[in-house]
Design a protein around this ligand. Structure first.
Ligand code: NAD
Ligand code: MG
Length: 393
C-alpha cells in the first residue's frame, strides 16, 4: 500500500489533495502517515479520521488539547508545534504533499526529502528561498520532486520525452489577477476584500492577493528558473485572462508545446499523485469552442513591478530569493492587516532588497538551510522597520 503525508492538509491545496485521495479509495488505497494543519483543528481531525492517519499535527501548539479531544478514541496520534511538524516529516512516506503556504513550508519539505520518496511541491516558496539546496537534498537522498504549481506541472508535462538542451523558452501565463483592468490610479486604494477575489482560480487568500500584485508570478518565474534550470532570460510571462493555457515550452526547431486545461488544481495535484500514470480525474473538460478565443498580452511593468523585482533577484542569485520572499510575506501581512496600501507592497520589498544588499552579500550562495533562515529573519526585521516608518508618515 502506498504511504502518503499531506502538509497543509486544511488549506486550498490540502483540501484538493484530500479530495483526490478520498476519491481514489481513501484508506483502502493509501496508508496515511501524517496530516498537518495550521489552526483548523476540527477540519484536520475530520480528515485524519477519514484517512485513518497515523498522526495529525497542528502548527499552533496552544491547540494541542483541542486536537487531542477531537481525536480521542480514534487511534490517531495528536501532536502540535514546529518540532512536531518536522518530526512528522521524518516519518517515511512514499508521497508527500508540500502544501503549507509561505517559508514555513521549507523545513518540513526539506526534512521529507531525507527518506527518499516523492515530494509533490506546491510550496513554491521552498524553491524561491532555497532552490539549489532543496534540489541537492533530493538528489542526495534519491528523492523525486514533482511540481504542483499549475504552470510548472504544465511545463513538466510538455517536457515529457524532451531534452532540456532543445528548449529555447518557457512561457508561463498569468490571469492578471483581480486588478488587471483597473485604472492604475485606483490601485493604491484597493481593499483586501477586492484583492482576495481571483477571476479564475479558487485558491488560498495569500496566493490570491499575490496574483493581483503578480508577486505570485514573480515567485513562479524564480521557481521555473530553479526547478528546470533554465536561464532567467529564457523565461517569459504572458497575461492570459482566460487561464486555460498554463504554460508553453518553445523548442529550438521553432515548435511550441502548450498545456491547456480547466483552472482546477486537482489536475496538477492528481498528475503528481499518480505520476507517471495518468488516471481519470474529476476535472471539468475544456470546451474550446465554448471558450471561443484565447488571448495573450505582455504584462504591464508599471502595473506589475513584482516581475521586474523577480528579474533582479535572479540576477543577484544566492540568498536574494530568501530575502525577496520574506519581505514579500511581511508586506502582504501588512496589507492584509490594513497597515499599508496595495501598491506599497512592492516598494517595501524593493527597499528591503536594497538595504540588505548594501549591508551584506545577498548574492552569496546559501551553504545550508540556517543561512537561508537567517536571511529570512533579517529581511523580516528590515521589512518591519520599513513598514513601521511607512505608517508613521
Ligand atoms: P492556504 O492558506 O489555503 O493553506 C495553507 C495551509 O498551510 C493550511 O493548511 C494552513 O493551515 C497551513 N499553514 C499556514 N501557515 C502555517 C504555518 N506557519 N505552519 C504550518 N502550517 C501552516 O494556502 P494554499 O493556497 O493552499 O497554498 C499552499 C501552497 O501552495 C502555497 O505555497 C501556494 O503558493 C501554493 N499554490 C497554491 C495554489 C492554490 O490553488 N491554492 C496553486 C499553486 C500553488
Ligand atoms: Mg501557479
Amino acid at each position: 500500500m502506498r504511504s502518503v503525508s499531506v502538509f497543509g492538509a486544511t488549506g486550498s491545496i490540502g483540501e484538493s489533495t484530500f479530495d483526490l485521495l478520498m476519491r481514489q479509495g481513501g484508506p483502502d488505497t493509501y496508508r496515511t502517515v501524517a496530516l498537518t494543519g495550521g489552526r483548523n483543528v476540527a477540519r484536520l481531525a475530520e480528515q485524519a479520521k477519514a484517512l485513518r492517519a497515523e498522526v495529525a499535527v497542528v502548527a499552533d501548539d496552544r491547540l494541542l488539547p483541542d486536537l487531542r479531544a477531537a481525536l480521542a478514541g480514534t487511534g490517531v496520534v495528536a501532536a502540535a508545534g514546529q518540532n512536531a511538524l518536522l518530526e512528522a516529516a521524518d516519518r517515511p512516506a512514499d508521497w508527500t504533499m508540500s502544501g503549507i503556504v509561505g517559508a514555513a513550508g521549507l523545513g518540513p519539505g526539506f526534512r521529507a526529502l531525507s527518506h527518499g520518496g516523492t515530494l509533490a511541491l506546491a510550496n513554491k516558496e521552498s524553491l524561491v528561498t532555497a532552490g539549489p539546496l532543496l534540489m541537492a537534498e533530493a538528489r542526495r537522498h534519491g528523492a523525486r520532486v514533482l511540481p504542483v504549481d499549475s504552470e510548472h506541472s504544465a511545463v513538466f508535462q510538455a517536457l515529457v520525452g524532451e531534452d532540456m538542451a532543445a528548449v529555447e523558452t518557457i512561457t508561463i501565463t498569468a490571469s492578471g489577477g483581480a486588478f488587471r483592468d483597473w485604472p492604475l490610479d485606483r490601485l493604491a486604494q484597493a481593499t483586501v476584500a477586492e484583492a482576495s477575489t481571483h477571476p479564475n482560480w479558487d485558491m488560498g487568500q495569500r496566493i490570491t492577493i499575490d496574483s493581483a500584485s503578480m508577486f505570485n508570478k514573480a515567485l513562479e518565474v524564480i521557481e521555473t528558473h530553479e526547478f528546470f534550470g533554465i536561464a532567467p532570460d529564457r523565461i517569459e510571462v504572458l497575461v492570459h485572462p482566460e487561464s486555460l493555457v498554463h504554460a508553453v515550452v518553445g523548442f529550438r526547431d521553432g515548435g511550441m508545446i502548450g498545456h491547456l486545461g480547466a483552472p482546477d488544481m486537482r489536475h496538477a495535484i492528481g498528475y503528481a499523485l499518480n505520476w507517471p500514470e495518468r488516471k481519470t480525474l474529476p476535472v471539468a473538460r475544456l470546451d474550446l469552442a465554448a471558450a471561443g478565443r484565447l488571448t495573450f498580452s505582455a504584462p504591464d511593468p508599471v502595473r506589475y513591478p513584482a516581475l521586474r523585482l523577480a528579474r533582479e533577484v535572479m540576477a543577484a542569485g544566492g540568498l536574494c530569493g530568501a530575502a525577496f520572499n520574506a519581505a514579500k510575506e511581511c508586506a502582504l501581512d501588512a496589507f492584509i492587516d490594513g497597515r499599508i496600501g496595495f501598491t506599497a507592497m512592492a516598494g517595501v520589498v524593493e527597499e528591503v532588497l536594497s538595504r540588505l544588499s548594501a549591508a551584506s552579500a545577498l548574492g552569496k550562495a546559501a551553504a545550508n538551510l540556517d543561512m537561508v533562515l537567517e536571511t529570512d529573519r533579517d529581511a523580516r526585521r528590515v521589512a518591519g522597520e520599513i513598514i513601521d516608518a511607512t505608517q508613521g508618515n
